[in-house]
Design a protein around this ligand. Structure first.
Ligand code: NAI
Length: 289
C-alpha cells in the first residue's frame, strides 16, 4: 500500500514510522526542508536506539528506512492510496491543502487528517469528493501509542470508513471509531484535565512540578499534565483547547489558560524548543515533597 504523509513534524514522522514498519511504501512531504531533514535524522536515531536495545535488528532498520522516501512537491504524492495530513492545527490551512491535494491524487485516494480537534466535515467540504475524507487521529508518540481514533464526517462513505479501519488495524493499532465532534473522545476528556491543572497552578495551590509529581505518585499517571503539555507542544495543545472551547459555545470547563498562552507567545513550546514549563537544557526542577 502506498502512503503519503504531509507534515514531517512530531506526528507525521511517527505515523510514517508506523506505516513503514507495517510494510507500506511511505512518502513524507513538508513545505519546510529543514523539518524533512530533521525527520530523516530523527528516524535514523530512533531506529538505531531500537537496534541497541535489540528490539529490532540491522536488517529490520534497513527495511523500515528503505520504505520511506522524502518528497519536495505535492505532485510526488500522486500514486498514494492513502494520504495522512499532519500539518499545523489550523482549519483554513488544512482546507486549502486538501482542496489542492485533489488536483494531484487519483479519485480513489483516501484523504485523512490527523487533526486533534477540528471539524472533519469542514475539511471534507473543501474537497470535490468529500466522501473520501476522514479523520485518522494518532496519539503522541505514534509508534508507541496503541489507540487511533477514526472519525467519519457526515460526508464520509462507508467504504472509506471500512478501508481506513482495516488499514489502521493492519498497522497493529487499536481503532476507536468516534463521531465528528470537537476533540472526539480522548481530547474532549483531556481538555478539562489540562485546564484544571493550569488553574490549580495559577491559583498558587502548588507549583507545576509538585502537581506533576502528585499526579504521578498518588494518581498513578504515567506523566504529569505539565510534562505532557511540554511533550505535546504548547502551540498544538493551546490551539486544540481554544478550538474545543469555541466549538462548545464557550463552555467555561474548556477555557484556555493565559499562562499557557504566554508560553506560546514567548516561543517556549515545550520539549521541541528546549523550554516549556520545564527547561530541558537545565536540570529539571525538583518538586516540594
Ligand atoms: P509539528 O509542528 O511538529 O509539525 C507540523 C509540520 O507541518 C511542520 O514540520 C511544518 O513545517 C509542516 N507544515 C505546516 N504547514 C504545511 C503545509 N501547508 N504543507 C506541508 N507541511 C506543512 O506538529 P505536530 O505536533 O506533528 O501536529 C501535527 C498535527 O497533528 C496537528 O493537526 C495536531 O493537532 C495533530 N496532533 C498532534 C499531537 C501532538 O501530541 N503533538 C497528537 C495528535 C495529533
Amino acid at each position: 500500500m502506498k502512503i503519503a504523509i504531509i507534515g514531517s513534524g512530531t506526528m507525521g514522522s511517527g505515523i510514517a514510522q508506523v506505516a513503514a514498519t507495517a510494510g507500506c511504501e511511505v512518502k513524507i512531504y513538508d513545505t519546510n526542508l529543514d523539518a524533512l531533514a530533521k525527520s530523516k535524522s530523527n528516524l535514523e536515531n530512533t531506529l538505531s536506539k531500537l537496534v541497541e536495545k535489540t528490539k529490532i535488528d540491522e536488517h529490520e532498520k534497513f527495511r523500515i528506512e528503505n520504505n520511506i522516501s522524502y518528497a519536495h512537491t505535492l505532485g510526488e504524492l500522486s500514486h498514494s492510496d492513502l494520504v495522512i495530513e499532519a500539518i499545523l492545527e489550523n482549519l483554513e490551512v488544512k482546507r486549502k491543502l486538501f482542496s489542492e491535494l485533489e488536483n494531484y491524487v487519483s479519485p480513489e485516494t483516501i484523504l485523512a487528517s490527523n487533526t486533534s480537534s477540528l471539524s472533519i466535515a469542514s475539511i471534507a467540504a473543501s474537497c470535490q469528493k468529500p466522501e473520501r475524507v476522514i479523520g485518522i487521529h494518532f496519539f503522541n508518540p505514534a509508534p508507541l501509542m496503541q489507540l487511533v481514533e477514526v472519525i467519519p464526517a457526515v460526508q464520509t462513505s462507508e467504504k472509506v470508513l471500512q478501508k481506513s479501519v482495516q488499514t489502521i488495524s493492519d498497522w497493529k493499532k487499536v481503532v476507536a471509531v468516534a463521531k465528528d465532534t470537537p476533540g472526539f473522545i480522548v481530547n474532549r476528556v483531556a481538555r478539562p484535565f489540562y485546564s484544571e491543572s493550569l488553574r490549580i497552578y495559577e491559583e498558587g495551590v502548588a507549583d507545576f512540578a509538585t502537581i506533576d509529581w502528585a499526579l504521578k505518585t498518588i494518581g498513578n499517571f504515567k506523566m504529569g499534565p505539565f510534562e505532557l503539555m511540554d511533550m505535546i507542544g504548547h502551540d498544538v495543545n493551546y490551539v486544540v483547547t481554544e478550538t474545543v472551547f469555541t466549538a462548545f459555545y464557550f463552555d467555561p470547563k474548556f477555557k484556555p489558560s493565559f499562562t499557557q498562552k504566554r508560553l506560546l507567545e514567548a516561543g517556549f513550546l515545550g520539549r521541541k524548543s528546549g523550554r516549556g514549563f520545564y527547561d530541558y537544557n537545565k536540570e529539571l526542577p525538583k518538586p516540594i515533597e
